[in-house]
Ligand binder design. Structure first.
Ligand SMILES: Cc1ncc(COP(=O)(O)O)c(C=O)c1O
Length: 389
């Protein structure tokens, strides 16, 4: 195991967590119910402007949404291939078949034009998906309105995977709002954390009511334990919610810091030949959080590939990671259909996520940038030598 000194995206405490945990303990709601859980839901609900239910993970939130849509065996669920497995695993829990679509180069998120074409073809063949799951990637919203519009033409609901987009804005509204439902993650690596947890939000209160029931073992309102159906033990703990409440108070500061870290990296590395940064799409009133700063390294220009840079950082005890390996390249999904080109594959081959934790000091950011710069300089020298031969 590597002992990192600089992590990719570690938790960054607000300072009020201990007091709120203490308050939760004093209430004796050391359980997946209680005042902190209610408060976390209420405050996040106000933040995103939708009714919410807080659960144990973003993955659980997506699972509940798919169940609400009655996704089941034989159904297809279409998803962005450039994502984390938590985005699509719930489709498998429901025994549906995943289909992966490529992303657009301009945003690295699900390509609405490709989706439109694919839906036309699928409708002609009489095989529409039961749900579409775009992913808001690394703090950048997908072009949700375009995706919803295209999907609505074919009557297919959109569940937005906004796990990485707490704090992100799209056309002046919180990421995910406008979809049938949106799932957010508070995993330890996210922009704010509850030490692990998720929230499902939707403008449809019925969806949230059903999800809340399923998340608590589908208990009927009876003093004894009465069950008409089977649910899950998915509710968030009141103690975790206390951490979530503390973190929610500093969300805007965290976004500002992540964006400042991105700008600092860009100031040092932005002009280097062969290096590009993840683009930020502004649909008018949009704001990426830059949850992670991601660079692309063109080995033909720099003389080094992203793996060489990652290893150079690792030697300095700095954690960096390749861009998500696309789902259609994952052995577990080798039989799943893939629609589109190779945008996601290229991003995986050349993309590197740099340490972006909001707790990083400027000196740490500069150190990371320096190691990347040194690695590129070495690559340039090798490239120069081979060209002069
Ligand atoms: C894109 C994406 N989808 C889904 C998830 C799942 O969230 P969780 O880890 O809270 O289950 C994550 C993060 O972990 C994610 O990054």
């Amino acid at each position: 195991m590597v002992h990192y000194e600089v992590f990719l995206s570690p938790p960054h405490q607000a300072g009020t967590e201990a007091a709120l945990i203490q308050e939760a303990l004093a209430s004796n709601y050391v359980a997946p119910a209680g005042p902190m859980l209610d408060r976390f839901e209420r405050e996040f609900s106000e933040y995103v402007g939708m009714p919410c239910v807080a659960v144990s993970s973003g993955t659980a939130a997506l699972h509940l949404a798919l169940r609400h849509l009655d996704v089941g065996p034989g159904d297809q669920v279409w998803a962005a291939t450039l994502t984390f497995i938590g985005s699509i695993a719930p489709a498998l829990y429901q025994r549906a078949q995943p289909v992966f679509l490529d992303c657009e180069a301009a945003s690295w998120t699900l390509d609405p034009e490709l989706l439109s074409e694919a839906l036309r073809t699928a409708a002609r063949a009489g095989r529409r998906p039961k749900a579409i799951i775009p992913t808001d990637l690394y703090g950048q919203s997908c072009d949700l309105d375009a995706i919803i519009q295209v999907s609505a033409d074919y009557g297919v609901p959109v569940i937005c995977d906004s796990a990485e987009a707490v704090g992100t804005r799209y056309k002046g509204r919180p990421a995910g709002k406008g979809a049938r439902a949106a799932a957010y993650s508070f995993n330890g690596n996210k922009i704010i954390t509850s030490s692990g947890g998720g929230i499902l939000a939707s403008d449809d209160p019925k969806l949230i009511t059903r999800a809340r029931k399923w998340a608590t073992q589908a208990r009927e309102p009876a003093p004894h334990y009465e069950h008409l159906e089977v649910g899950y033990n998915y509710r968030l703990s009141n103690i975790s919610a206390a951490i979530g409440c503390a973190q929610l108070q500093v969300l805007e500061e965290r976004v500002a810091r992540r964006r400042a870290i991105f700008e600092r990296y860009r100031a040092v590395l932005g002009d280097l030949p062969g290096i590009t940064f993840m683009p930020e799409l502004d649909h008018g009133g949009s704001r990426a959080t830059r949850w992670l700063t991601v660079i692309l390294i063109d080995p033909m220009v720099t003389g080094v590939d992203r793996e060489a840079v990652r290893l150079a950082l690792e030697r300095e005890a700095i954690e960096a990671r390749p861009v998500w390996k696309p789902m259609h390249l994952q052995p577990v999904f080798r039989h799943a259909p893939h629609i589109g080109g190779t945008v996601a594959e290229t991003l995986f081959e050349t993309g590197l996520c740099l340490p972006s934790g909001s707790g990083m000091s400027d000196a740490e950011v500069d150190r990371v940038a320096e190691v990347v710069g040194q690695c590129l300089a070495a690559g340039e020298a090798v490239l120069g030598a081979s060209l002069s031969k």
